[in-house]
Design a binder for this molecule. Structure first.
Ligand SMILES: Nc1ncnc2c1ncn2[C@@H]1O[C@H](COP(=O)(O)OP(=O)(O)O)[C@@H](O)[C@H]1O
Ligand SMILES: [Mg+2]
Length: 340
């Protein structure tokens, strides 16, 4: 039977399970990535993101279940699936004592480029990486983390695959480099590539992804657009106000302000100072009113902060613990294992 090559399903994961010794790393996961979208796999360290993505790119075999890339089975039609998918693993795989150009050339040859086509592809990748002459001729061991990431991505997409899988592409990067990489990823997607990226950073998933699958303990616990996920949990936006000399009766200042739906008095866990969480419908709209109410009342503000619900709140709601707690659990489990 001829399988459809015009499917809208870039990646189809059906009931996939993977165990390591006793550990259930991926637990009966099903997921469809649509062509043209940026899909985020978001979850704490140890959630099973790398295990899942490594199975999608054929590096690991599932114990159960099937995976197809644009209709081609990742294992039974390996060669076809491989051409359609470019994978950039979590750990950088470059030859440290070869220059950027030599690395690119090497990956080009490995992918069957020769002669003029190879030169052309090298030029394209140089433009794509945005590195200067000096960096291009440096051994990759001497590059900054951000530059190395770019070269790694260039090597992964050198064969111009339609689907790109990036495992923690911005891990270890400073904010500037992270932002640059987001631009690169968005650019790829605008060119028509389907992008799947894993991340344990909530803001990254929220900012970059059309849809997000939240993973925890090997399972997908939620899947939707960031906005729909946040709307679903129904956590209210709020403005947190810290006053210079706070008194409980200051709550009244906010209660009478336009757009305010309630005021919660809290104690700062670090300073033990009284502070106010002003519940609102739209934090940006309510903020000016809250600021002027404090001025009119003649009280001095120490700090004021918008606390919009985020995907971190979604994770908390879905799993009953924060992403940080989840990562600490994983670390503790790993240490306990080592101790045995
Ligand atoms: N090669 C392996 N051998 C044994 N256990 C593994 C291996 N790879 C991953 N695991 C375990 O599987 C779970 C999921 O890991 P991983 O897929 O790397 O998570 P993530 O990428 O979300 O941090 C973890 O508990 C991890 O310790
Ligand atoms: Mg990982």
């Amino acid at each position: 039977m001829e399988r459809s090559r015009t499917t809208d399903q870039a990646i189809r994961i059906t009931n996939v399970t993977k165990r390591f010794n006793g550990c259930l790393a991926v637990d009966d996961v099903s997921l469809i990535v649509q062509r043209g979208e940026i899909m985020g796999l978001l979850g704490p360290n140890g959630a099973g993101k790398s295990t899942l993505t490594n199975m999608v790119c054929g590096l690991l075999t599932p114990d159960e279940g099937t995976i197809s890339i644009l209709g081609y089975d990742v294992f039974r039609e390996r060669n076809k699936a491989k051409l359609l998918l470019g994978a950039v693993p979590q750990d950088i795989v470059l030859y440290p004592y070869m220059t950027v150009i030599e690395n690119i050339k090497f990956f080009g040859v490995m992918n069957g480029f020769v002669g003029a086509a190879l030169e052309e592809r090298i030029d394209e990748m140089i433009a794509y990486m945005g590195l200067d002459e000096d960096a291009l001729n440096r051994n990759t061991v001497h590059l900054s983390g951000g530059m190395r990431r770019r070269v790694n991505i260039a090597c992964g997409i050198l064969h111009d695959p339609e689907i790109v899988l990036l495992d923690e592409p911005t891990a270890g990067l400073d904010p500037q480099n992270r932002f640059e990489l987001w631009k690169l990823i968005r650019g790829m997607n605008e060119e028509g590539k389907t992008v799947v990226l894993t991340t344990h950073m909530m803001d990254e998933a929220q900012e970059l992804c059309d849809r997000v699958a939240i993973m925890d303990k090997g399972k997908i616990v939620a899947l939707d657009t960031p906005k729909a996920l946040i709307d679903f949990i129904d956590v209210q936006a709020a403005v947190r106000v810290v006053l210079q000399e706070p008194m409980p009766e200051h709550a009244a200042i906010f209660e009478l302000t336009d757009g305010v739906q309630g005021v919660v008095q809290e104690v700062d866990p670090e300073t033990h100072e009284l502070r106010f969480k002003v519940l609102v419908g739209d934090a940006n709209e309510a903020l000016p009113g809250i600021v002027s109410a404090t001025m009119n009342a003649g009280v001095r503000v120490k700090s004021i902060e918008i606390i919009e619900p985020t995907l971190a709140d979604v994770f908390l709601k879905m799993t009953g613990r924060s992403i940080l707690e989840a990562e600490m659990e994983t670390e503790e489990a790993a240490l306990a294992e080592e101790a045995v």
